[in-house]
Design a protein around this ligand. Structure first.
Ligand code: AMP
Length: 194
C-alpha cells in the first residue's frame, strides 16, 4: 500500500466514469508489498487487500474484461492458487466456465502436465486432458505476471489438452522481470504494470 490518497469504488461494476487508468490506480492502492517473501530478495505483491475489498475487486474484474473482446474466448483457465480467485470471478462476470490448472497430484482425472521455473523456485502444473470438451478458446487468467514461466506452462497445457489460447490476462505485471518477452505470440493484458 502507498501513502497516496486511496481511490474508492462504488457498489456498481466500476467507479463512476472510471477509465482503465483509474481502476489500475485503485488496484495499486490495494496491493501490499511484502519484502523478502517467500524468500530473501523477492518483493511479494500481496493482493489480499484487493480481494477483501468487494467493490474494488469487482471493478478490477470488470476492467480486465473491458480489456478483452468478449467474443474472443469461451472458457477461462485459472492457475492455482491465487489465480483461481481472479479466474473464477472473471469467468462468472463473462458467463463462461472455468478450467483449473493445478499443482502436481491434485487433479482426480487423467491429466497433462508441464514442469517450469518461476521467480522463486520451480513447479509442475497439470490440467485435465478433457478440459476443453465443450469450449476450446481459452482466456488464461492469473494474479501476477512475473517471469512468465507460469503463463507459458499454462499455455502449453492448453495446447496439449486440445484448447486454443485466446489470450492472457493478469491483474499485475512486474515489468522488470521481462515475463512478457517469454509470451511473444500471445495476446497479453495486465491491468496494472509496475
Ligand atoms: P512467473 O511464473 O514468474 O510469471 O510467476 C507468476 C506466478 O507466481 C503467479 O501465479 C504469481 O501468483 C506468483 N508470483 C511470482 N512472483 C510473484 C511476486 N513477486 N508477488 C506475488 N506473486 C508472485
Amino acid at each position: 500500500m502507498t501513502g497516496r490518497p486511496v481511490p474508492t469504488a462504488g457498489p456498481g461494476d466500476e467507479p463512476a466514469g472510471a477509465g482503465l487508468d483509474s481502476v489500475a490506480a485503485l488496484v495499486a492502492s490495494r496491493v501490499r508489498d511484502v519484502p523478502d517473501f517467500p524468500r530473501p530478495g523477492i518483493q511479494f505483491k500481496d493482493l489480499t487487500p484487493l480481494f477483501a475489498d468487494g467493490p474494488a475487486f469487482r471493478a478490477a474484474v470488470a476492467a480486465m474484461l473491458r480489456q478483452r473482446d468478449r467474443g474472443s474466448f469461451d472458457v477461462v483457465v485459472g492457475i492455482e492458487a491465487r489465480g483461481f480467485l481472479v479466474a473464477a470471478a472473471v469467468a462468472c462476470a463473462a458467463g463462461t466456465g472455468v478450467v483449473p490448472v493445478r499443482k502436481a497430484g491434485k487433479l482426480p482425472w487423467h491429466s497433462v502436465s508441464a514442469r517450469y521455473e518461476l521467480e522463486y523456485g520451480e513447479a509442475t502444473v497439470e490440467m485435465h486432458e478433457d478440459a476443453f470438451a465443450t469450449a476450446r478458446r481459452a482466456l488464461i487468467v492469473d494474479d501476477v505476471l512475473a517471469t512468465g514461466g507460469t503463463l507459458a506452462a499454462a499455455a502449453d497445457l492448453v495446447g496439449r489438452a486440445g484448447g486454443q489460447v485466446a489470450g492472457m490476462s493478469v491483474l499485475l505485471e512486474l515489468a522488470a522481470l521481462g515475463g512478457r518477452s517469454r509470451l511473444s505470440g500471445y495476446d497479453v493484458h495486465s491491468l496494472l504494470t509496475v
